[in-house]
Design a protein around this ligand. Structure first.
Ligand SMILES: [Cu+2]
Length: 132
C-alpha cells in the first residue's frame, strides 16, 4: 500500500508540469488496472473530499475509469463517446499509460466506477466508492 502511494506521488510529480497539481494534503488514490479489473475495486473516500486518482493501465488494451452513480453507469454502457477526460472523474486510458483525474465527492452516498468498453463492465470491470 505504501509503495503504491509513493508510486502515485512520483507519477504526480512527473505529470505535475502538464496537469493540474494536486492540492497539498489532498488525498491521492492509485488505481492499477490489470486483467480488466480495478485494483482496488472497493474504494473509500471522505465525504466532501476532492480525491486525485492516478490510474495506471497495465493491460495491452485500452480501458476507461468512469465515476458515477448507477444511472450514469447505464448511460455510459450505451453511450457513444469515444474519448473521456474532459469531465472530472472520467478517463480513457491507453494501454500501458497513466491518466490522472480529480473528483469532488458529495457529503454521503455510494458511487460506482466502471469501464464501458464493449463487455468490460459485464466482465467485472467495475468497483464501488463508499463515501463516509
Ligand atoms: Cu476496460
Amino acid at each position: 500500500m505504501r509503495g503504491r502511494l509513493f508510486l502515485a506521488l512520483g507519477l504526480l510529480a512527473l505529470f505535475g508540469a502538464g496537469c493540474r497539481q494536486a492540492e497539498a494534503g489532498a488525498p491521492v488514490i492509485a488505481i492499477e488496472i490489470e486483467h480488466s479489473r480495478f485494483d482496488p475495486a472497493a474504494i473509500r473516500v471522505e465525504a466532501g473530499s476532492t480525491v486525485t486518482f492516478v490510474v495506471h493501465n497495465g493491460d495491452p488494451i485500452a480501458h476507461e475509469f468512469l465515476i458515477g452513480d448507477a444511472a450514469a453507469q447505464r448511460r455510459h454502457e450505451t453511450g457513444t463517446e469515444p474519448e473521456h477526460g474532459a469531465r472530472p472523474g472520467e478517463l480513457s486510458i491507453p494501454p500501458g499509460e497513466t491518466r490522472i483525474t480529480s473528483y469532488t465527492f458529495p457529503s454521503d452516498g455510494r458511487l460506482l466506477v466502471g469501464c464501458h468498453l464493449p463487455r468490460h463492465y459485464d466482465y467485472g470491470m467495475r468497483g464501488t466508492i463508499t463515501i463516509r
